[in-house]
Design a protein around this ligand. Structure first.
Ligand code: ATP
Length: 725
């Protein structure tokens, strides 16, 4: 067959796949509607049916375009089509008409090479426009000169950028595939220079894990932590386009429900707050609120006055501390002991001469009367509030920061002192989270808990039914599937998840619940997170299943990682896997050459990634005065409007018409204009890293406007006069 005939035949095959997809969609939609109508025998049957159909609908809705992107022919004569989802043959339901890219049999599509053909003869990659195959390229393994597999990749890389990151299922590269499918249940670190696909690979790994471990992943969900909302927005569509939507996105500043922190501390303060040493400071600050009175506190009981002296308070404090309960919850222990001592002393005095301890009943009756009186006694409650106050994390941390004495007493650096009422910063979030654990539930939360527990018991019967049905299904799973302690199912746990009236998505429920734990956590730009941030993340994922993505050379945060071991060894000593990516898919070679010189200046030991393509466009520089700057930016924006795609102007914070480099982290644009790189470079201890980030955001064009002589690292830029491109 000639190329045109083959193309025609592929077109027909893919058109049939779409017809099959549309047919499936119609069928599942009808089943979903009828499930909603309630044909199941019990409420639980109906719920399960609705959920199953809904999930199926979501799976099928991913592939309006780009359903099938290639074909794999084996030496044995087998032929498989590879696509975004799997579809079965209409006639033979065991014969896949389209293989899901995550299926083991699809793997050679990404990994077979001339040197290791993996039993394959040919890889065919389709070029498509909407639902139509417009062309294809073949790689015939073992035949020299026939390999032309990069056409689809280059087409994808050269395409103008639009709204957010796209999935790469059609063009995953072999080194990326190895990471996506890596069989490592614990912590995996993916490191690589800018544009090496770390983020996109991590997201595809999530899609892969969800495909291979659907039950476990769906029950607890996956958390993706990114540097800022713009970044989360940028990557937000990749997983849904792969049919996976039970994923929670959050910045480090919003990991605590009810608080969205965006303010940043000065680098020195951020470094202090991010240090693990803060755990001791916080413990000391809590301990300092567990007081022993300097003077005995008098409490009137009936017609006698008893005192809470240092001896009673010290005993009660020791018992409360030894209980191992968090501070707020241990108040009950403290209170009980103080109450016991006060009532004993009071009864001894009230009953002096007419009642003895051997008169048990009378003694106990009097005690319960006194206990009741104490409950309503304002001076007693005030004394408790002084000796062992119930506190929220916000109160405690706010009070600590606003008092030089409290800071000194807790062993904290005096520079943490701040004016009252200042907003919480991103670095405060892990401290507040830590305090949640140290303090435990406050009064209102404890009362809410009791009410919720009663409600849960009522729902447990329904949950037990669900449990039965799930256990039935688990019986078909491997032994290994039963081994995870966190998979233990309890009816009451399930009740929460299957509540009839809780219509919130997993993401909504997880985000609202600080105690939610995830099955897997992806941490992007992980080099920015502090030791204290890692404590929060580890609490959110006790199973320690992480994909950690970052580049130490791009670190901007003062409290960020200087090595991965520093952050991870306290939790998984020596047990984390490390993989690196070395090819830059974003930045053309011409731009990367400029960025690499900046990198060499501040991190001489780090090798810049190699660009997979050059585009023949030289990055330029132009000297402008302060007065000319606004006009030059406007000129750039105007010229960029002629091109398809996106652009950005990056400058130091506060320069009008620009965004700071930090806000472009992890993002990319067709064209980038960097304003005053010499000032960014000199702008702080991590200025060079900021500039490196700024220079590596472009997929096509880079320009620089400078006010002073260009720093040596940028001297390679071609100076242009009077025009911005
Ligand atoms: N195999 C691939 N096929 C097509 N595009 C790819 C491939 N790998 C990476 N890309 C593209 O390269 C660009 C950079 O990827 P990504 O943002 O994941 O890199 P990164 O390593 O996280 O970069 P940074 O550290 O700068 O944030 C994205 O547009 C991504 O879609």
């Amino acid at each position: 067959m000639g190329y045109e005939e083959e193309l025609q035949s592929e077109r027909e095959y893919v058109a049939e796949l779409y017809a099959r997809l549309d047919g499936e969609r119609a069928r599942v939609k009808a089943a979903y509607l009828s499930a909603l109508g309630g044909t199941g025998e019990t409420a639980m049957d109906r719920d399960n049916e609705v959920r199953a159909r809904h999930r199926e609908m979501k799976r099928l809705n991913v592939a309006d375009y780009g359903l099938c992107f290639g074909r794999l022919d084996s030496v044995d004569g087998d032929r498989s089509y590879i696509g975004r989802i799997g579809l079965f043959d209409e006639e033979n339901e065991f014969e896949p008409a389209l293989l899901d890219w995550r299926a083991p049999a699809a793997r050679p599509f990404y990994t077979a090479t001339g040197a290791t053909p993996e039993g394959m003869l040919r890889r065919r990659q389709f070029l498509t426009r909407r639902r139509t195959v417009t062309g294809f390229t073949d790689e015939v393994f073992g035949k020299l000169g026939e390999e032309q597999g990069d056409v689809a990749l280059l087409e994808a890389l050269n395409a103008p950028r639009g709204e957010g990151m796209r999935d790469i299922v059609a063009t995953i590269q072999s080194e990326q595939d190895a990471i996506i499918r890596l069989d490592h249940p614990g912590v995996l670190v993916i490191e690589g220079g800018p544009g090496t696909g770390k983020t996109v690979v991590a997201l595809h790994r999530v899609a892969y894990l969800m495909y291979t471990q659907r039950e476990r992943m769906e029950r607890h969900g996956v958390l993706v932590v990114g540097p800022n909302p713009a970044f989360l927005n940028h990557i937000g569509r990749v997983l849904p386009s792969l049919g996976e939507s039970d994923v929670v996105f959050s910045t480090a500043g919003s990991l605590l429900p009810g608080l969205v922190a965006t303010a940043e501390d000065a680098p020195d303060v951020a470094r202090l707050k991010g240090s693990r040493a803060m755990v001791d400071v916080l413990k000391a600050a809590v301990g300092a609120r567990q007081r022993v009175p300097a003077e005995p506190i008098p409490i009137g009981m009936k017609d006698v006055v008893v005192q809470i002296g240092a001896d009673v308070a010290e005993w009660a404090r020791q018992e409360a501390r030894d209980s191992g309960l968090p501070h707020n919850e241990a108040r009950a222990v403290f209170r009980e002991i103080v109450t016991y001592v006060l009532t004993e002393r009071a009864i001894g005095r009230i009953g002096k001469g007419w009642m003895s301890r051997s008169d048990k009943q009378a003694w106990e009756d009097m005690r319960s009367g006194l206990v009741k009186d104490l409950d309503d006694d304002e001076s007693f409650v005030a004394a408790l509030d002084f000796l062992w106050p119930i506190m929220t994390p916000f109160e405690l941390l706010g009070e600590l920061y606003s008092s030089a004495e409290a800071l000194a007493a807790a062993g904290a650096d005096p520079s943490l002192l701040r004016a009252e009422g200042e907003p919480w910063t991103i670095s405060d979030v892990p401290l507040l989270d830590e305090l949640h654990d140290l303090l435990g539930k406050d009064g209102t939360e404890q009362a809410d808990d009791q009410a919720a527990a009663a409600e849960r018991r009522a729902e447990a019967r329904y949950a037990a039914e669900v449990l039965d049905s799930m256990v039935g299904r688990f019986d078909h799973m491997d032994d290994e599937d039963h081994l995870f302690a966190s998979d233990m199912l309890f009816a009451e746990d399930l009740a929460e998840r299957f509540e009839d009236h809780d219509q919130r998505t997993l993401a909504e429920r997880a985000l609202a619940d600080r105690a939610w734990t995830y099955r897997h956590v992806v941490v992007d730009e992980a080099q920015e997170l502090s030791e204290m941030d890692w404590r929060v993340l580890m609490r959110r994922c006790p199973g320690r299943s992480f994909t950690v993505v970052g580049d130490l050379a791009q670190r901007r945060a003062a409290a960020g990682a200087t090595s991965w071991g520093q952050m991870l060894d306290p939790y998984v000593p020596g047990r984390w896997e490390y993989r690196s990516l070395t090819v830059n898919y974003r930045t053309p070679a011409e731009i990367m050459a400029v960025a690499a010189r900046v990198l060499a200046e501040f991190a001489p030991d780090v090798k810049a990634p190699d660009s997979v393509r050059a585009n023949g466009v030289q990055p330029w520089a132009r000297l402008v005065t302060e007065e000319e700057l606004a006009g030059a930016i406007e000129e750039f924006t105007k010229q960029e409007a002629e091109f398809e795609g996106t652009s950005v102007v990056i400058g130091l914070p506060g320069v009008p018409g620009t965004v700071p480099a930090a806000e472009t982290k992890g993002l990319e644009y067709d064209s980038v204009l960097v304003v005053a790189p010499e000032r960014i470079l000199a702008g702080g201890p991590r200025g060079a890293a900021e500039l490196y980030v700024a220079l590596t955001r472009a997929t096509q064009r880079l320009g620089v406007l400078h006010h002073e002589a260009l720093p040596a690292a940028l001297s390679g830029l071609v100076e242009s006069v009077g025009t911005t491109s």
